[in-house]
Write a protein that binds this ligand. Structure first.
Ligand code: CP
Length: 317
């Protein structure tokens, strides 16, 4: 593996999951693998889990990790080719990225979408410009349309939480939110579950909230949440804004928020969410605080997902 931007960079999904679970048992087994190497973690947007878990993962592999909050502390970056930089941007990625490529051995980058221009967001200009100009392996810490470290974490969490010999039923269900959020987590989760091909996968959302078919193809898609939840082993809750009429809020109907009553039709489903979550908007207190919620276990597993990916890059990058 040379870069980690989507599931397409990691054809051996099960190998990454198994490696992550080995690291969970023995975090320091490869403590010298990254000795003398340095990872730069660039954040154009806020983060708690991704930032800290990737730092810990790097340290477990013996690497130095340096965080740079570009959006807060850095010069405003320009990404467009042939831009006339007479506006607010101060430094072009064509200068910044190769310099970072000299400082670091691996670069992790977090960007968000504008949610204004679908074509630009789905071209992944920001992260692709870093890949083009930095000359070292790049790891997505969440991009405009995908969140692969989160999705790998999610499959790790499902694997360790499901002991039966059959395929689990996984339901991704839309939830209300007060802000227009990216489609990244839902796109990425769909992409990874479909590629993994070890689960029955159902997506439920209100009308007009269809995701890009290139990520969801293979899943059963329904606007009937109650029907979707029947017999579910895992329920993954997430809000996203509209994809077709891009970046809008068409629905804020609280009836889409999960309750323990709604979950009675599931197979005692485990509850998942990538976090952060808005309590009693996206997910009710009673569901988040129930013994079926595995959101803390899921967030803790971010370390092992990051460690599994970094170790692959260190060995093969
Ligand atoms: N799930 C996730 O990416 O969390 P952070 O935004 O805190 O990194």
């Amino acid at each position: 593996m040379k870069t980690f931007l989507s599931v397409h960079d990691s054809p051996e999904i099960q190998k990454l999951i198994d490696k992550a679970l080995l690291y969970k048992k023995n975090p320091l087994v490869d403590k010298n693998l990254g000795s003398g190497k340095r990872i730069g973690l660039l954040f154009l947007n806020p983060s708690m889990r991704t930032r800290l878990s990737t730092q810990i993962a790097a340290q477990n592999l013996g690497m130095d990790a340096i965080v740079f909050n570009v959006g807060q502390d850095g010069w405003a970056l320009e990404f467009e080719e042939e831009a006339i930089m007479s506006g607010s941007t101060v430094e072009h990625v064509k200068e910044a990225a190769p310099i970072l490529g000299k400082y670091f051995d691996i670069l992790g980058i977090r960007t968000f979408p504008s949610l204004k221009n679908k074509e630009e967001d789905y071209e992944e200009l920001y992260i692709n410009q870093f890949v083009k100009y930095c000359g070292i392996p790049v790891v997505s810490l969440e991009s405009a349309t995908l969140h692969p470290l989160q999705s790998l974490t999610d499959l790790i969490t499902i694997t360790e939480s499901f002991q039966e010999k059959r395929k689990p039923k996984i339901v991704l269900t839309w939830a209300p939110h007060v802000k227009a959020l990216p489609q990244c987590v839902a796109n990425s989760f769909s992409q990874w579950v479909n590629a993994w091909d070890k689960a029955e996968f159902v997506i439920s959302h209100p009308e007009d909230y269809e995701l890009d078919e290139k990520f969801t193809k293979g899943a059963t898609i329904t606007t009937h949440q109650e029907e979707a939840l029947k017999g579910a082993d895992f329920v993954y809750v997430k809000n996203w804004s509209t994809y077709s009429d891009y970046g809008r809020i068409y629905c804020n109907d609280p009836k889409w928020m999960l309750t323990n009553k709604k979950l009675e039709v599931t197979n005692k489903a485990k509850l998942m969410h990538c976090l952060p979550v808005r309590r009693n908007v996206e997910l009710s207190d009673e569901v988040l605080d129930s013994s079926n919620s595995i959101v803390t276990q899921q967030a803790a597993n971010r370390v092992w997902a990051a460690q599994s990916v970094l170790s692959e890059i260190l060995k093969n990058g």
